[in-house]
Design a protein around this ligand. Structure first.
Ligand code: PA5
Length: 416
């Protein structure tokens, strides 16, 4: 990795230059204490509701879900304080109908989240939920809605102004996949009882710790290792976790790296697995299938006091497990797996962190975002655009007969 130090240095300097010119606000977000103050002021009002329905997609949903599942995997944990959180990030009639038929509008707040304010999937759901609220609450429906969108432009911004709906801004120059530490991710999760001060304090500590311009910096190490492995012929990076509650963090991570680096016919394909569960489905391929992957293992410290009880009859011969903590069994599963996979030609990067707490997860979010910027520059792509996402949107607009797409509509319909 030492050989890559000069390249890391110039990519890091480029990133710092972009931040200084105001183009990459995500790297400075932890400083924005005015946002957390506003969110905390809003939280008591939000907690009056029994349900919160978030409408968003991609970067406007995945970070929120990652945090929700990491901290409130069953929704009804004792530290869950506010409304039940429902995140709708698809255009599925069954899901939408189920939500509208089971929730009571009087007890519900709907939170459409869209940076552009014009994403079809989100707006389609918005129209349904707005009409649902308006039917039940003709005079007060707008008090059951809170918009998170661009401060100045877009359809949702117009809606906020037109109907006097409370709104929170998504900062300028911020791609959705880098927006979890703004109102996009923080609002729903603050309402649900997460300590956003701790989350942001963790991000801020990471910001300071990851500013060192050398290879002791973990963001540099990660960016360098994954680029070196890519150069050596690996095509897939598997993010591995051993905690079921971390599974959705991986979904956020996949978007972050996939959308930031997958362009110009380049980029590692980001995939994820949850061990040990997925060892019983994907383990065979990882061990002996095509040698195209490496693993990044995110490992938290062992936890829990469960001790495996003794079975005096020892009918199944498994008493060698008796008296051992479950966490110890999980630890040995991880150690055995890493060894087996490395022996099988799957290199491992290990990220070791203490526990799933707000400050640790805030730091981890920041770590992956910063490393992604450096890594994308190392790869030679712009990690902050997503031109490829437009292709399907153009086809969809044409197929939906959006005004201005008449020619494209004819051409595309002739091909189908
Ligand atoms: O990361 C991104 O930019 C995208 O995934 C967007 O978040 C997603 O397309 C939704 O966009 P918007 O927030 O404008 O509705």
């Amino acid at each position: 990795l030492r050989l890559l130090e000069p390249q890391l240095d110039s990519c890091n300097a480029r990133l710092i230059g972009e931040v200084a010119s105001g183009k990459l606000p995500f790297l400075n977000l932890p400083f924005r204490s005015s946002l957390t103050a506003r969110l905390k002021a809003l939280t008591p009002q939000l907690r009056r509701f029994k349900h919160m329905v978030v409408l968003g997609i991609g970067g406007s949903a995945l970070g929120t879900r990652a945090l929700q599942k990491a901290f409130f995997p069953q929704q009804d944990l004792p530290n869950h304080q506010g409304p039940w959180l429902w995140i709708l990030d698809n255009v599925d009639a069954d899901v939408l109908e189920a939500q509208m038929s089971t929730l009571n509008p009087e007890e519900t707040i709907v939170v459409p989240v869209s940076k552009s304010g014009g994403t079809i999937e989100t707006l389609a759901q918005y129209f349904f939920m707005k009409a649902w609220l308006q039917r039940a609450l003709p005079n007060t429906w707008h008090e059951h809605m809170l918009l998170v969108t661009d401060e100045k432009k877009g359809y949702l911004r117009e809606e906020a102004d037109r109907h006097n709906i409370v709104s929170l801004p998504v900062p300028d120059h911020l791609g959705g996949r880098y927006s979890v530490l703004t109102a996009v991710g923080l609002l729903p999760i603050a309402a649900a009882g997460l300590d956003i001060d701790q989350l942001m304090a963790g991000a801020q500590r990471a910001m300071e710790a990851l500013s060192a311009p050398d290879l002791d910096n973990p963001a540099w190490q990660y960016a360098a290792a994954r680029n070196a492995l890519y150069e050596s012929g690996k095509k897939v990076e598997l993010l591995v976790c051993y905690e079921p509650s971390f599974r959705f963090f991986s979904e956020w991570w996949k978007q972050l790296y996939g959308e930031s680096e997958g362009k110009e016919n380049k980029g590692l394909f980001p995939a994820s697995v949850e061990f040990t569960a997925d060892l019983h489905s994907m383990g065979q391929y990882i061990q002996q299938g095509e040698r195209l992957m490496f693993e990044t293992v995110v490992k938290f410290a062992p936890k829990g006091e469960f001790i495996i009880p003794n079975d005096p009859a020892n009918v199944d011969g498994l008493n060698f497990l008796s008296g051992k903590p479950l966490a110890f069994v999980a630890e040995q599963a991880m150690r055995g797996t890493i060894l087996a996979h490395v022996d099988g030609g799957v290199p491992n990067i290990r990220i070791e962190i203490p526990e799933i707490s707000e400050s640790v997860i805030g730091g981890l979010l920041y770590f992956f975002e910063k490393a992604c910027g450096i890594s994308g520059y190392m790869l030679g792509v712009n990690p902050f655009d997503q031109p490829g996402v437009e292709a399907y949107k153009k086809n969809m607009f044409a197929l939906l007969d959006k005004p201005g797409y008449e020619e494209a509509s004819k051409a595309i319909k002739a091909r189908l």
